[in-house]
Structures are given as structure tokens and as C-alpha cells.
Design a binder for this molecule. Structure first.
Ligand code: AMP
Length: 282
């Protein structure tokens, strides 16, 4: 495995792999099994897997956790090596955003709801850095977690709209055995907070069970999840949206919809979602 920090070196290393299928997994590091599931998917669907580790400053708001975001590069490197990654690309911010940098990718309607409503500029930062990283790596296929469902939707739309010659793939959310969605930010939680954070997945799973029991009314599905989520310190949003358009889902639910939640547990903001897929035969 090679660790590379500059675009020039990256291009040189990948020039040798141009006849191979290149898979790309963008991350902000502090890797966990969720990230490694993306690596595994990439290894299964490509010949050369590139993982980027870059805590992207432009996707953090001024009061967010950019400076405290957890980092452990040596551990990440080892996890990538053990997982069969070919290249870890870990640029400094100046490499990604050179002096006088003045261009960005503005995501449209998909970026306005859910997290976008509470994190102004976040998806501009995400779309910009993903576009830049894709241009640097020039992969055939890139992998994103369902855990960040809106991010996946924004990136998939961007790839189509900007004619990026790439396939965008989503990988199901990896959870701890008790249901908590894996996240680098989970390390901010105290033992007691971590216990309370379980209300998020519990609520989402309760709505899923209600769907399986035949419920198709959006308000009832949301209410089922809300019962659990009310235990949380501060629920930022809980919304059921069409899985393609991210518009509010309508009754009766006939198309796949994402039930998405963002909540603060103590001072840590966590997001999670489940995809509700009504079967026509139900
Ligand atoms: P991050 O390092 O948080 O920016 O995440 C990098 C990639 O890993 C994104 O595509 C995330 O959606 C994905 N990811 C993060 N957590 C999980 C998880 N628990 N399961 C699956 N994918 C995840």
C-alpha cells in the first residue's frame, strides 16, 4: 500500500493503473467498520482501491467540530493496509484548496432540506470536495454510505449533472450490535450519552416494524419513530422523504422513502436513517 499526499504523486501512481478498474472511497478518517464496508465493496467491484482521508474544512460551519474532529492517521493507515487498499490519499488542506481558490460546486434542491436546512454551506463543501477528489483520482466507481443519505443523493445528482464519468454506489449503514449507526463522532459520546443515543435507531427500527405490519400512512410511521426519539436531548429533525427526490413522502406510501433523523445527544450531533420500502403485495 502506498500513502500519498500530493496530487502529482497520486496521478503518477494511478497512471500505471489506467488499464484497471479504479474504485474510490472518500472519507474523513478515524475509520470504523462502516468505512471498511465501503472498502470491501470497492475491492469486490474494482481492481485498485483508493481511500482518501481528508477532513474537509469547507463542509464544516464556523461553530462546528472541525478542530476537534477525531484523527488517528497511523491507525487508519493500518486498517487500510489490512483491508487491501492500494493507495491512501491524505492531502493537506493547501493541496486540495490552493491559494486563490475561488470555485465551488453548488448543490441544488436536494441540498436544501434535512441536514442542508441546518448546516448552511455544508453540501456546497461536500459537493466541491467530492468533485475535486474525483477529478484527482479519476476513479471508475465511488462508494458512499447510506448513513449519510442526503450526501449520497447530492453526490449522485452531481455526478449526473456534471457528466462525471463515474458510477456512484451506496453501501448499507453498518451498525454496532446494539443498533447505533457507526460514526467517527460516536467517540465524543460519554457512556451514558451513548446509551441514550440508542433511542435514534430504536425509533427508526420501530417505524420499519410498523411498515412491515402494514402501516402506509406517513404521519403514523413518523409518530412511531418520534415516540422513541422524544427521549433524545434535542431532536433537530425527523422526516420521511421520497428516497429519490428527498421531497416529503406522501400517503399512502408506495415508493421507497427515507426516514431521516438528526439529533443532539449532549453536544454531539448524530444522524441516522432507514429506507422504508413498501412492498406492492403487502
Ligand atoms: P466520513 O468519514 O464520516 O465522511 O464518511 C466517509 C464515508 O463513509 C461516507 O460515504 C459515509 O456515508 C460512510 N459511512 C460513515 N459511517 C458509515 C456507516 N456506519 N455505515 C456505512 N457507511 C458509513
Amino acid at each position: 500500500m502506498q500513502t500519498i499526499t500530493t496530487v502529482a504523486e497520486l496521478r503518477a501512481a494511478l497512471a500505471k493503473a489506467r488499464d484497471q478498474r479504479v474504485g474510490f472511497v472518500p472519507t474523513m478518517g478515524y475509520l470504523h467498520d462502516g468505512h471498511l464496508a465501503l472498502v470491501e465493496a470497492s475491492r469486490a467491484q474494482s481492481d485498485v482501491t483508493v481511500v482518501s482521508i481528508f477532513v474537509n474544512p469547507t463542509q464544516f460551519g464556523p461553530t462546528e467540530d472541525l478542530s476537534t474532529y477525531p484523527r488517528d492517521f497511523l491507525r487508519d493507515e493500518k486498517l487500510c493496509r489490512d483491508a487491501g487498499v492500494a493507495i491512501v490519499f491524505a492531502p493537506e488542506a493547501q493541496e486540495v484548496y490552493p491559494a486563490q481558490y475561488d470555485t465551488c460546486v453548488e448543490a441544488g434542491e436536494l441540498a436544501k432540506s434535512l441536514c442542508g436546512a441546518f448546516r448552511p454551506g455544508h453540501f456546497r463543501g461536500v459537493a466541491t470536495v467530492v468533485c475535486k477528489l474525483i477529478n484527482m483520482v479519476q476513479p471508475d466507481i465511488a462508494f458512499f454510505g447510506q448513513k449519510d443519505f442526503q450526501q449520497f443523493a447530492v453526490v449522485r445528482r452531481m455526478a449526473i449533472d456534471l457528466n462525471l464519468p463515474i458510477e456512484i454506489v451506496t453501501v448499507p449503514t453498518v451498525r454496532e450490535p446494539d443498533g447505533l449507526a457507526m460514526s467517527s463522532r460516536n467517540r465524543y459520546l460519554t457512556t451514558e450519552e451513548r446509551q441514550r443515543a440508542l433511542a435514534i435507531s430504536r425509533g427508526l427500527f420501530a417505524a420499519e416494524a410498523e411498515l412491515r405490519a402494514g402501516e402506509r400512512e406517513c404521519e403514523k410511521l413518523i409518530a412511531m419513530a418520534r415516540r422513541h426519539l422524544d427521549e433524545i436531548d434535542r431532536l433537530q429533525y425527523l422526516e420521511l422523504v421520497d428516497a429519490e427526490t428527498l421531497e416529503p413522502a406522501s400517503n399512502p406510501l408506495t415508493h421507497p422513502a427515507a426516514l431521516c433523523a438528526a439529533a443532539y445527544v449532549g453536544s454531539t450531533r448524530l444522524i441516522d436513517n432507514v429506507i422504508l420500502k413498501p412492498q406492492v403485495s403487502d
